[in-house]
Write a protein that binds this ligand. Structure first.
Ligand code: IMP
Length: 458
């Protein structure tokens, strides 16, 4: 199966990094196709923990090509920090490739992300404030700066100049508005204080300093810059396996997720083609990754959210704190209506269920199988109208739980019957086989169902 896409089947943080790391063993090329450093992948190798935000999860294999595809938005400061961190720990990053067409997150994108969220107040999306939305907006506006622009200082300066002017204006306006709002709310605004901020040029937005700084990043990144689509074609044409590593997840998809509480890219499998530069017929398999329960960070509808003991159990036992922002994740029962929607949107060929061990000792297990609206209407499918989703009550199927510690199980047969039945129910409802189950954070704490896939890495 030369082209395999790995996608998140819920609201992110499902453990895609670990699945990618495992499957990468049989691949030659791993490419990220969307998102940016809003993502956070944790991999535990030989007891050592690695956290990545931008670098593809395959980087721990010295012989694999790890590519940041054209669909990614990339903050070079973060990337260089990750490269330096890996080098310090003795990891060879010589095989890291960065698409010349990937867009750069600039300092003004980060400022705009935060300013936009502050302005929205109670209606804020809860973004990671890493500049993701404003960067993709600039890409669509054709005001983006691309990785290749770093290699020509003259072009870089011109492009930053064109992009910067409207940002300065927008940030000034947002600052003035904020000042007004604070005044109206009766908050003490020191006369002249915010005005100075609003009117004085922000040193972080100085054209010359920014150009120089980013040209410097270009020098450091130059050995890694490449035509990453070409690398994928070569591998695919040679019958080798290419992993397309998704970030975020299906329900955070800009088109198909719970808009506007979504990210600004398309994390679904179809986007792997656009974000890596391959054709739909290059994709042979799509593996979706879902937790055995559900979590979400940021605002937005989450029908199965729990605010009780079971939710606390998931939070604490599952250590549900964001890799990127450290925020507590919202926790809830597995939502099979949403999962089946994700299976279809991605046309998944296999499912991976992670963190099954977290559910041990929680009592009986619930899975949402339909929603009921305030008016009593029943929804067997994910409702297309956001208002319904906001107020929908999930209807649960209750399944027997298990108390045994399953972190040492390495085969399906070793799992308690209740755990096997739980997995069986999920697979049956979602209409897709479960191929891999996670029973602990380490690389070896997994159960392959139906054997490990045979990937061609030669
Ligand atoms: P943004 O991607 O930073 O613009 O954030 C938009 C929404 O996506 C917010 O609700 C974030 O919490 C969420 N989000 C972005 N990246 C991730 C991720 O990697 N895991 C989980 N949620 C994410």
């Amino acid at each position: 199966m030369p082209g395999l896409v790995i996608v998140g089947a819920q609201w992110g943080d499902e453990g895609k990094g670990k699945v990618t790391d495992l499957l990468a063993e049989g691949a030659t090329t791993i490419v990220r196709f969307q998102g940016g450093n809003n993502a956070g992948h944790t991999i535990v190798r030989d007891g050592e923990e690695f956290k990545f935000h931008l670098i593809p999860s395959g980087i721990l294999y010295p012989d694999k090509i790890c590519a940041i595809g054209n669909g990614v938005v990339m903050d070079p400061r973060i990337l260089l920090g990750e490269i330096d961190g890996l080098k310090r720990r003795g990891v060879d990053v010589g095989n890291l490739r960065i698409s010349a067409n990937a867009h750069l997150i600039m300092p003004y994108h980060v400022l705009l992300d935060t300013a936009g969220e502050v302005k929205l107040g109670k209606l804020s999306i809860g973004t990671t404030r890493r500049g993701i939305g404003p960067c993709y907006a600039d890409k669509a506006l054709r005001l983006g700066i691309r990785v290749q622009d770093l290699l020509d200082e003259k072009i870089l300066r011109k492009k930053i100049m064109a992009a910067l002017e409207p940002k300065q204006q927008a940030l000034r306006e947002l600052s003035v508005q904020r000042r007004k709002l604070r005044k109206e709310a009766g908050e003490g605004v020191r006369e002249g204080a915010d005005q100075t901020v609003a009117e004085a040029p922000d040193p972080r937005l100085d054209l010359h300093a920014m150009t120089e700084e980013f040209a410097g990043y270009g020098h450091r990144l130059e050995p890694h810059i490449a035509d990453t689509a070409h690398l994928c074609w070569e591998a695919l044409d040679g019958g080798q396996t290419v992993l397309f590593e998704g970030a975020q997840a299906t329900l955070l998809d800009l088109d198909h997720g719970t808009y506007p509480f979504v990210t600004s890219s398309n994390p679904i499998a179809g986007a792997a083609c656009v974000g890596a530069g391959v054709g739909p017929t290059d994709i042979d398999e799509v593996w979706g990754v879902a937790k055995a329960y559900a979590t979400r960070v940021g605002a937005g509808p989450f029908p199965t959210e729990l605010e009780d003991e079971a939710g606390r159990h998931m939070l604490e036992r599952g250590r549900e704190f964001g890799t990127t922002t450290g925020r507590e994740r919202r926790c809830g029962w597995m939502d099979l209506v949403a999962l089946r929607y994700a299976v279809r949107l991605n046309r998944m060929s296999a499912l991976t269920i992670t963190k099954l061990d977290v559910l041990s000792g929680i009592g009986s297990l619930k899975v949402a199988v339909r929603y009921r609206s305030k008016e009593g209407a029943v929804f067997d499918e994910f409702p297309y109208h956001q208002s319904i989703l906001h107020s929908a009550e999930p209807e649960y199927e209750e399944l027997p739980g298990f108390d045994a510690d399953i972190t040492g199980c390495r085969s399906e047969a070793e799992l308690p019957a209740a755990a096997r039945d739980y997995l069986g129910f999920i697979a049956e409802f979602a209409g897709v086989p479960i191929r891999l189950v996670g029973v602990g954070p380490s690389r070896d704490q997994v159960i392959w169902i139906g054997g490990e896939p045979s990937l061609r890495a030669a």
